[in-house]
Design a binder for this molecule. Sequence first.
Ligand code: G3P
Ligand code: CA
Length: 296
Amino acid sequence: MRSRSPRPARLRVIGLSCCILGVLGRQGTGVAATPTEKTPRPLEIHAHRGGAGLAPENTLAAFRKGMEWGADALEMDLHVTRDGKVVVIHDERLDRSTDGRGNVADLTLAEVRRWDAGVKFSPAFRGERIPTLREVLELVKASGNTRIRLDLELKYAPDRPGQPEDFEERVLELLRQIGFVERVNVISFHHPSLFKIKALEPKVRTGLLAGGQQAPLDPVALVRQYQADYYSPSVRHVTAGVVAIVHRAGVPIVPWTVNEEAEMRRLIGLGIGTLAGDAIVTDYPDRLLTLLKASR
Ligand code: G3P
Ligand code: CA
């Protein structure tokens, strides 16, 4: 079999530069982005847990920061309390991100709210509480920012005690009540939840999360199987080949969680940002925004 000769280094650099310029050269958002800004960036910035590098993850303070930095989407993680309230926290337990202890599924909303979700990040954020999804939706609605989307990660594990079977319905009910059905991307590692959400409400956009040691063998087939709108892999799984295959199928890619500038540049060099809906999920929306601005 004839092996392809490697591309000369200069051509590789030119190819990368063209890709970066293609992504970065289009209209970007200034640091002083305002909530009313209408022009979307071609490469979207998704603020992971609201912007967990800038404020305590998954708190109202983080979501405010994410909006201040002009993120295109605020990512957040959802669990359900014992009394059926959808709350925004990453872990199934309170221990890491708050000064409390216990499983969210074993506690009522009132019990969950006793604990401080800001102080471990910094004493400057003392007093932050685990928000409900309703509070976050209302915060974004009240901000007047009609452009920003919300990535709602359903941390659903059917075998975990206390997981309600109607998690998806509960989330959907809130979205309908507050008018956010068409402003969210529902994402999950539990792919049947994506399928269920789409069946319940086709207007909800969904993103298929993939992590773990092994990358999915056929990401496009997985996306199709669960009727997802985009593919959202761990950044470890993103290679030139993956980008080419997924983009060729017309499926946007949204890698997570990308905090170093060199890694952001690598992804842009691979073509992330050349298809509408491509995004980078980062704890530091400020870094990505600064990179995009500097490269214009
Ligand atoms: O955006 C996807 C990403 O948030 C998944 O990882 O562990 O931060 O929820 P994790
Ligand atoms: Ca998440």
